[in-house]
Design a protein around this ligand. Sequence first.
Ligand code: ADP
Ligand code: ASP
Ligand code: MG
Length: 396
Amino acid sequence: MSIIIQKYGGSSVATIEKLEAIADRVVKKHAEGYGVVVVVSAMGNTTDELLKLSAKITTTPPARELDMLLSTGERTTMALLSIAIQKRGAESISFTGSQSGIITTDSHSHARIISVRPYRIQDELERGRIVIVAGFQGTSYKNEITTLGRGGSDMTAIALAGALGAEACEIYSDVDGVYTADPKVVLNAQKLDELSSAQMLEMAQHGAKVLHDEAILYAHRHQISLYAKKSHVDNSAGTYIRPDGWPDHILKNAEIKPTAIVSAKKAMYLSCAIASPESWMAALETCEGIKVMDMSVSGRRAEALIDIWNCTDSRALVTKLNLKENDIADENVLNVTMIGDDLGRQPSFIRKIHAAVQSVSVEPLATFIQPNAVTFVVRREDVPAASNVLHRFITD
Ligand code: ADP
Ligand code: ASP
Ligand code: MG
């Protein structure tokens, strides 16, 4: 039997009318011969409302009790949907996260799934029943109810898809898939027919709510076909999230392994007050023979590390950039840059390499962090020591 997981988010189950419409669709899918598991979120803004209720009592509720409270939102939906399905003459049963065998860590409010033991779900599917699961929750190895963090029902759906060997996991929301921008903000945003799961992860990590970031990662690791679709429309084509485009260490859940340590031949470190970001960029644009290696602008200050190997007159550069007395334009520096997939996103790793540089008595003047590169700006004479100590992260 081919198993399909459908997850319906808060807005899709916000009213009884919407729940009944979902019951119709689910029953239809089941009649086509699929084993159907439906994961549901809390209705509408229920989770926010529950949080508000607790906040009326205290701003610091005990984490355990808050999870007990929040888990009820999804439980209400699961029972109501099962009632609606059975009214239609189909057989169904609802399960909490705990009954579904979702075992988590014990960190309340942001628990991680450790394992999924969906034996009861498998039994019920074999009996021909539609299974409804309360999303966003599990049970810790200490037998306590836990929740998976905001938006965590996506995670429930993907984890069950993996454990049940589902053919596909469909995440239904109020939009017809993943768009080039939030369609509620950019009105002519365009729907993407497909995109790589690596790109989708970037989007999710930067706040595009449509799919939960950890769910995307999990789907990729378990090679689950993931679709984002719109509920309450016929034949939503949606977006297919293609499982590719990933750096090795993420797939293998391994330690970060940097690829190389590099330095320029001649560089200038700039730290200056600016009139506006536009004027600063415009001034940089007019400078010939430079390459910006790293840059950051914050309010009326800018910092940059530029490669000036091809710049014949660095004094002219300083004039063009209109630097003032307290600004810094230091040519006695170079970058020592560590290159590696995703290393710039790992605070613990950056802390380690920073400490390594300091351990050879080098104090970086500045640090620039990009997703795939971390640059220490150091005195020229410190380049060999810093490079060698950082290189140990590649060889050790
Ligand atoms: P659900 O409650 O069903 O889990 P979410 O609210 O988590 O749904 O996700 C759907 C919302 O994601 C949409 O209503 C939309 O406003 C928002 N969103 C943000 N960025 C995007 C994007 N790039 N493409 C599609 N939706 C997006
Ligand atoms: N109900 C939870 C929330 O609002 C979980 C979810 O919807 O995925 O965050
Ligand atoms: Mg969501």
